[in-house]
Ligand binder design. Structure first.
Ligand code: FES
Length: 513
């Protein structure tokens, strides 16, 4: 597919909607669906950065691959990222040294640094620009109380060989107390990069199929990947669906899904160089983005919350806009979008064998908000494991490591989830009747004694669905900014008509009327 710049207006929804800058400025893909049974060496489920990286590397190692995507490639979380390519993952390195020891902390650091260089080399070798720019990535604090943690993080990251410095001044339009800055990090246009990876996958016995939803994987001496369009037989399977669609690794009990919000704005004055994130509980992220065509955006975001726990998601955009207008000369808001990240209970992604009992299945999940490096590293690690090559970083990410099931955070997370399983539990705490629903509104309401998820359009037509998430039965809640039904338990999401838009669910919400 030829690289192509589109105008900002071309794929933007009508005023009030949401669209990611990356999706709005690249062409839509049109790969075929699976149409017959197939046999390959490796089947890869998921078309984000993990799946595409693993598919390309495995193909380059001589394996035949089939990449299967439920909708379109690079339109899920990888198409809704801040697109920072960095090893600066908040304050993580001192934590890792304290909790998993220095050797594993070094593996985490090295994997992410290697991912930066993998992306840079791919782009350079293939003469693709993809808006790639080297820049600094800083984590700053506004509080004196956080300064010791920042200073310790500088020491820890330096010890691990990361290119860090401490500063008490940044080119931001507000005062900070202190910051750790990582040199020689980068940003890019993720879809320009991912579409280029995808182009190289089909051919010579390898395939890329869109609109092909996988509903199950049967594992024996080899694997059978079940879709509505046919079965793919494979020696190995990689589950790269952001939240795994298979429950056998118990990841649903080890991660919580979190949503956050982002805007790409045009400013009247040149935005500051660099990428910045705060240590606040509800952090703000700020970064400059310059396109290949010389267009300059300021990306501002944050306002995260657990999925399904916010009644008015539109208010989150309003808060970001108010932060942006308070600190920068905003000319216009060009794009706004939200995303979802999986936060592992021990803060370390799960990359490797899907479960102890499984020898043919691999998984990558729990990449937090750092999927561009984490996802690239995951593709590299999984491709090495399947190709039986030693990988220097895999141990720290082992999905079958001991995870602190009895930690306070884990227990409170699972008590929260257990409440959501109780039938008739409404995430918003409200109980309305279907007839009370106003035009343009949606909610979980009572219909003849049954709890349902209902939407009424401006003309008064009602769409009534089961309110039980098809993954494990929690009650979904309405997301008014994205116009989706979101599950607070493990983050499945469904569009207004009940079609799955985000795993782990693989079946649509049942239509009631
Ligand atoms: Fe697991 Fe909904 S995502 S119950």
């Amino acid at each position: 597919m030829e690289e192509q710049e589109m105008t900002a207006e071309s794929r933007m929804p009508a005023s009030g909607g949401t669209a990611a800058l990356w999706i709005g400025t690249t062409p839509q893909t049109a790969y075929p669906s699976l149409s017959r049974d197939l046999t390959v060496d490796v089947a890869i489920i998921g078309g984000g950065i993990v799946g595409l990286t693993a598919a390309l590397l495995l193909k380059q190692s001589g394996a035949s691959v089939a990449l299967l995507v439920s909708n379109r490639i690079a339109e899920g979380v990888s198409g809704h990222t801040t697109a920072k390519i960095t090893s600066a993952h908040g304050l993580i390195y001192q934590y890792l040294i304290d909790h998993v020891k220095e050797e594993r902390a070094r593996q985490y650091a090295d994997a992410n640094q290697a991912a930066i260089e993998f992306i840079a080399s791919f782009l350079e070798e293939n003469h693709i620009s993809a808006d790639f720019h080297r820049t600094v990535a800083c984590t700053y604090t506004l509080e004196d109380a956080d300064l010791p943690a920042i200073q310790k993080e500088v020491e820890a990251a330096s010890e691990l060989g990361l290119p860090v410095t401490y500063t008490d001044s940044l080119p931001l339009p507000f005062e900070i107390k202190g910051a750790i800055c990582f040199e020689n990090q980068a940003y890019f246009h993720p879809r320009k990069y991912l579409l280029a990876l995808a182009e190289r996958i089909p051919g010579n016995g390898s395939y890329l199929f869109e609109h092909t939803r996988v509903t199950d994987v049967k594992e024996g001496n080899s694997c059978q990947v079940v879709t509505g369009h046919g079965i793919v037989k494979a020696k190995h399977v990689v589950v790269a669906t952001h939240f795994p669609i298979l429950n056998r690794g118990l990841f649903f009990a080890k991660m919580n899904p979190v949503r956050s919000y982002l805007m790409a704005v045009k400013t009247l004055t040149e935005p500051p160089e660099g990428m910045y994130i705060s240590t606040e509980k509800v952090a703000h992220t700020v970064r400059k983005h310059v396109t290949d065509a010389g267009e300059v955006y300021l990306l501002i975001g944050g306002e995260s919350h657990e999925t399904g726990e916010e009644r008015d998601t539109l208010a989150r955009y309003a808060k970001i806009e108010s932060f942006a207008r308070r600190h920068f000369d905003i000319q216009s808001i060009a794009y706004r979008w939200s995303t979802q990240d999986n936060q592992p209970v021990d803060r370390i992604p799960f990359i490797g064998r899907h479960s102890q009992l499984s020898h043919l299945l691999y998984v990558a999940t729990g990449l937090k908000g750092w999927g561009m490096t984490g996802g690239t590293a995951a593709g590299m690690i999984i491709s090495d494991l399947i190709s039986r090559r030693p990988n220097p970083w895999s141990a720290v990410f082992d999905p079958n490591r001991f995870t602190p099931f009895l930690s306070k955070k884990f227990i409170s997370r699972n008590i929260h989830v257990a409440k959501m399983f109780i039938k008739d539990h409404l995430p918003t705490g409200e109980k309305k009747n279907l007839q009370d629903l106003k035009p343009g509104a949606a909610g979980v309401v009572d219909k003849d004694g049954e709890q349902v998820a209902a939407f009424q359009d401006e003309q008064g037509t009602k769409l009534v669905l089961s309110s039980s998430c098809t993954h494990m039965g929690c009650t979904v809640g309405w997301n008014n900014a994205e116009r989706s039904w979101d599950c607070p338990c493990h983050g499945s999401r469904f569009d207004v008509e009940g079609h799955v838009i985000q795993a782990p669910a693989v079946a649509d919400l049942e239509r009631k009327a």
